[in-house]
Design a protein around this ligand. Structure first.
Ligand SMILES: CC(C)(COP(=O)(O)OP(=O)(O)OC[C@H]1O[C@@H](n2cnc3c(N)ncnc32)[C@H](O[C@H]2O[C@H](COP(=O)(O)OP(=O)(O)OP(=O)(O)O)[C@@H](O)[C@H]2O)[C@@H]1O)[C@@H](O)C(=O)NCCC(=O)NCCS
Ligand SMILES: Nc1ncnc2[nH]cnc12
Length: 276
């Protein structure tokens, strides 16, 4: 873990940062309710080794997403998601093949894949690949996504779609359409408050306190989401340490709660914080 954090991320391209971010997120320990080096959190069907296989299957696709963004850089932003989606679905299939059908990183593929694609689009337009430019580009590419895919569709197949109709939550789609607003407002301004692993724990707690994580709602309803948000917010107001995080891990495991969406956004935060 220390080795991964010691690299100089300022030199790396977004696909490299995205792959490293998934491994840094996985290895962060303890991680309340989530798979880490100590345990599988609230999951019966996943462990650390399965996530390592998933990351290996997904990694090659990050460069492909960036190349696709470059190839289509001069087409309108409104056409990009339709152009990207087949590769995104193929990457999801590669993940499922590697994990025997377990959904480890569907959300991570979506969020990090969009960042890689947006980086390629900016490069194709000879523009600087900064955190702000990436978030604006992702927002442009995903403009209208919530209206098209959540408001316009009466049927609800996935957790995200069901929660929109039940509670008006927009999940991963809302996050990307607003240019990773939760990461930009709740995490990045505080990124340099801490160093090393404590920086990542601080970011994860801030995400859990602010993020309307569809995984928490699908497992524990709105009460489950509020429980985790309130717990994380209360912990941030203390001089928290690894012991308090392990206590939170036990509390979430006892309730089968897993903030998988916040885990994905921690990886997004690492990528954005590593850019100029
Ligand atoms: C647009 C899609 C994301 C559609 O997926 P869906 O309708 O399901 O949308 P959401 O539920 O909103 O989100 C899907 C995953 O995104 C993560 N997530 C959740 N909330 C947020 C949030 N507020 N912001 C950002 N990301 C969020 C989360 O993913 C992680 O959790 C999953 C593992 O947890 P687990 O509880 O185990 O999940 P399950 O196995 O489903 O439940 P159990 O059975 O175990 O109880 C894992 O995916 C993590 O990554 C949400 O799950 C998108 O999928 C889509 O349309 N894809 C097509 C390809 C594409 O368009 N790609 C383009 C870019 S490459
Ligand atoms: N470490 C993790 N544990 C469970 N779900 C996740 N989704 C993304 N990262 C995860």
């Amino acid at each position: 873990m220390a080795g991964l954090l010691a690299t100089n991320p300022q030199q790396d391209d977004v696909p490299t940062l995205a792959a490293r971010a998934l491994r840094i997120e996985l290895d962060l320990t303890p991680k309340p309710g989530l798979v880490d080096r100590a345990n599988s959190g609230s999951h019966q069907d996943m462990d650390h080794a399965l996530f390592v296989k998933s990351i290996a299957a997904i990694t090659p696709w990050f460069s492909a997403f960036m190349q696709a963004g470059q190839a289509h850089a001069h087409k309108p932003a409104s056409e990009q998601l339709r152009l990207l989606r087949p590769q995104g679905i193929a990457c999801e299939q590669a993940m499922l093949s590697a994990t025997n059908g377990v959904n480890t990183h569907k959300g991570g593929i979506f969020s990090l894949g969009l960042l890689c694609f947006a980086a390629g689009r900016l490069q194709g337009q000879n523009r600087v690949v900064s955190a702000d430019a990436l978030c604006r580009q992702v927002s442009e590419i995903c403009r209208g996504l919530v209206a098209r895919e959540l408001m316009a569709r009466p049927q609800a197949a996935t957790a995200g779609e069901k929660q929109f109709h039940a509670y008006g939550l927009t999940g991963a789609r809302g996050e990307v359409e607003q240019g990773f607003i939760t990461v930009r407002r709740a995490v990045l301004p505080f990124w340099h408050q801490e160093q090393g692993e404590r920086r990542l724990h601080n970011a994860l707690l801030r995400l859990m306190a602010a993020n309307a994580d569809s995984n928490l709602v699908s497992r524990g309803g709105m009460a489950g989401l509020r429980y985790v948000q309130d717990y994380a917010a209360a912990l941030l107001a203390t001089s928290w340490n690894s012991d308090s995080l392990r206590e939170m891990d036990n509390a979430l495991m006892a309730r089968r709660l897993s903030p998988g969406g916040s885990a994905d956004l921690l990886a997004v935060a690492y990528v954005l914080a590593s850019l100029p």
